[in-house]
Design a binder for this molecule. Structure first.
Ligand SMILES: C[S@@+](CC[C@H](N)C(=O)[O-])C[C@H]1O[C@@H](n2cnc3c(N)ncnc32)[C@H](O)[C@@H]1O
Length: 303
């Protein structure tokens, strides 16, 4: 089976920081070159363990509130982000009332990223975090924006170019579950509003642990569970009525925004995600609720 990924290792490991086009390269799924995590399906690793056991049928997973065969989820998620890519930034500001900027700023504060660091921004999309990290790491550092979706990567790359972000940023098309980077490579790894879209979250967390240097930090910024009942009710009404309506009006696509609302509800809550990070091997895992738990920032350290 062939896995299509972009591999940019020469540049990532080398000294050059020239901006590159996003180039696809075929990698055999089972390849172990560079310690890639392109390994075969592994029972018992994922949150869908119960659905995989005791049946010869293909295991299923959730896509929003729907159950779909695992092999179809990534494709369905890809359709959503191909559809929303062009208006992604506008919709982000409209739907969060600009709050996503504050949530991201807090993630940057807690990242501890300094000049000369190597940072991986997984599911980096249109590059909000990458842009800030590019400033922080300076000319001697490096930021890799990785995303599975070509449309999001293209929008992100063009946007950062327009903003004059250049010289220390690379763009790589990659799946969070099978990161195509060497072991012990990054000082900090972030994934903002991306983990809930990943089919095998445990595989992704282990992959992030592998590419971090010992002492390196993982930051997971993600929608979570509101901490009070009133907020929860208001948030439900907002998500299931307002978000698809705005999606319809602005992008002519209510379904993608319905998926967004549903996928948030299906994502592990604060404590569950914390346990998953501990289980994956992270140390000193903590989280901070923001906006009454609508969003949480989890942080863990590689031992
Ligand atoms: C909601 S956007 C977040 C973009 C950006 N991090 C931000 O906070 O604005 C989610 C991103 O996750 C990406 N994504 C989904 N599944 C992924 C996977 N398995 N590996 C890497 N990226 C993925 C999507 O393509 C999309 O760009």
């Amino acid at each position: 089976m062939i896995e299509w990924l972009t591999l940019n290792l020469d540049r990532i490991c080398g000294k050059s920081s020239r901006r590159l086009p996003i180039l696809p390269l075929a990698i055999p799924r089972q390849s172990t070159a560079w310690g890639l995590e392109c390994r075969a399906f592994s029972f018992g690793d994922s949150d869908m363990t119960d659905q995989r056991k005791g049946s010869d049928a293909e295991p299923t997973t959730h896509f929003g509130f729907k159950n779909v065969p695992e092999s179809q989820k990534a494709e369905k998620v890809a359709e959503v982000f191909h559809s929303v890519a062009a208006k992604y930034d506008l919709m982000n500001d409209l739907l969060s009332g600009g709050m996503h900027r504050l949530w991201k700023r807090f993630a940057i504060e807690l990242s501890g990223v300094r000049s000369g660091n190597r940072v991986l921004d997984i599911a980096g999309g249109t590059g909000d975090l990458t842009r800030k990290f590019s400033n922080l790491v300076g000319p001697t550092g490096q930021v890799v924006l990785a995303d599975i979706n070509e449309s999001m990567l293209k929008v992100g790359r063009d946007r950062l170019l327009d903003l004059g972000v250049a010289g220390n940023v690379e763009f790589v098309q990659a799946d969070a579950e099978k990161l195509p980077f060497p072991d012990n490579h990054f000082d900090c790894v972030t994934i903002a509003f991306g983990l809930r879209n990943v089919t095998h979250k445990e595989d992704a967390l282990r992959s992030m642990l592998r590419v971090l240097k010992p002492g390196g930090r993982l930051l997971v910024l993600e929608f979570s569970k509101p901490t009070n009942a009133l907020m929860s009710k208001a948030y439900d009404a907002y998500s299931f009525a307002f978000m698809p309506l705005m999606g319809k009006l602005i992008t002519n696509d209510s379904e993608s925004y319905r998926y967004l609302a549903e996928s948030i509800r299906m994502h592990p809550n604060q404590e569950t995600l914390k346990s998953m990070m501990v289980e994956a091997g992270f140390d000193r895992v903590t989280y901070h609720n923001m906006t009454a738990g609508i969003v949480a920032l989890h942080r863990g350290i590689k031992p």
